[in-house]
Design a protein around this ligand. Sequence first.
Ligand code: WT7
Length: 652
Amino acid sequence: MAIETLLKEKRIFRPSKKLVENSNVMQWMKEHKIKTYDELLKVASKKRSWFWGELAKELEWFSPWKKVLDWKPPYAKWFIGGKFNIVHNALDRHANSFRKNKLAYIWEGEPGEVRKITYGELYREVNKFANALKELGVKKGDRVAIYLPMIPELPISMLACAKIGAIHSVVFSGYSAKALQHRINDASAKVLITVDGFYRHGKVIKLKDSADEALKDAPSVKKVVVVKRAGNNIKMKRDRDLWWHDIIEKQKPYCKTVQLEANTPLYILYTSGTTGTPKGVIHDHGGYAVGTYATLKWVFDLKEEDVWWCAADIGWVTGHSYIVYAPLMLGVTSVMYEGAPTYPDPDRVWQIIEKYGVTVFYTAPTAVRMFMRFGRSWVKKHDLSTLRLLGSVGEPINPSAWIWYYNVIGNKKCPIMDTYWQTETGMFVITPLPITPLKPGSATKPFPSIEADVYDENGKPLTNKGGDLVLTTPYPAMLKTLYKNPSRYEKTYWSKFKNMYLTGDVAHKDKDGYIWVQGREDDVLNVAGHRIGTAEVESALVSHPAVVEAAVVGKPDKIRGTVIKAFVILKQGTKPSSTLVKDLKYHVGEEIGHIAKPAEIVFVDDLPKTRSGKIMRRVIEAIELGKPTGDISTLRNPETVNALIKLKNNRK
Ligand code: WT7
């Protein structure tokens, strides 16, 4: 049965003529005699290998590939036989060019200190650390676990590994000891790189203590490198723990970049996963480099003089692809910030944009809604006129947040690039370009050459009805496999529909071919015989002026099978009341229809979220049904669990 599509969003926003004319993608189209967006999509789909081969030529190869694509579903090899290293493209070539003294990163610590790092400096630091890793016995193919916060040593560590052909596995610094231990053991990492402590919300987070806890049962780790950041007291284990500053001291600032076949693994990244045990996604050097480079260049239109700020954490794929690898390959200047976006005040982000003149800003809908909650007065204190493009990622952006982002942050002149992708895809796969007419709430169309469709249970394409979102063609940054688990790779992504990649998301395609993601398949509710995506109901709730965030779950009901229960966070200063409950139910009915009306609404201060800001409906539902909450080690805010349990018990 198809999934209902209830959201009715009709607004269209067209990019300015100036933006279109000056865009990188338009420049490329002119060079290749392509006139329109539609023609670009057509040509790139028809001549996939030619298209990616052209883009790959913009990077430097030690020796050329023999074939662009070898597609034996479900395994794709890109740029076969090409000799390549992503670090040569991200660093070495800039260090020998006019970019040597250009800033690669402007880093700001939460307490306010600033480190400005040029391409030349970054190159030397990476080389020194790569030599140190070699001294510790790290060889090509070895796994190195990295448990670091948002400090420059994080990208330096990743690049140093990649330079010598080692495989990095970054574990988000917000994760617990247990989560770290699981990931170290799954990958049998030889070395762990961590920190004494770092700043978050004005406090020192003692990361080395968590690392020590994890290492109690992680026998593969022989050496631990510790960065001194917060200066808090830590225990250094003799023969195992080494200070970063000690081991790089005597290293030479030059280290040869190894030449690798393009399909050689670059990293393992475990998916955040709102359900199930983490999966070790593998990305490679060549295809991943080409895919992330091209998408950043075209979608966010980055030019030599741009100041780019992707306000994600490097601990998830957004940061791997679009804070570390792609911006460095493009040679742009990036802002990197250590701490909480609301510390010490809710305008920290706007302050940073003003201070460094950020031109392109990329964040998540959950952050946008949080800023909405604090109100526009915090924004108005700052001059954000340097901004020219905005981006969104992580979940569907509800139209009301889109409009707020567009009006208040972008001052009605910055198009919003709503980029749909996953840890698995490595790069944006469904996304607007600066030449695409935008519809708030839709990630628009697949990136050129990629094809996406929406299928019913039998694999029949659907229009204007919700179903499984599938990608029907390969693209360069697509995951290679799951680490040491190809059967899980085949089963998870490729078994429901033959030779089609199952995203696990529910979406619908409108008559113009625009894709509207409605949420994760696991979150679809069945209400009185209607299958409804949680994201649509949540979006309808958030479009009410009193609401900033909402989560809905299904609750068994004798008559209707399942009814919807909503957990709502109100705007600051709004008082919960029974009138407001009625008002919200009525509002959802008006916005998307009677069947989607929540039967019950409760008001909460916060909702359980993953590190990447996704609401963990599974946990809310478990609490609601009085079931065990399962693994909550990946929660960003585990304290919300007790708050919800308390709320439930009080209502009894
Ligand atoms: C899932 C992937 C890719 C970095 C984000 C986290 C959801 C992501 C969008 C978007 C609607 C989106 C999907 C997807 N998602 N971007 N623009 N519109 N949904 O990566 O943790 O692997 O999560 O995030 O559900 O499957 P991830």
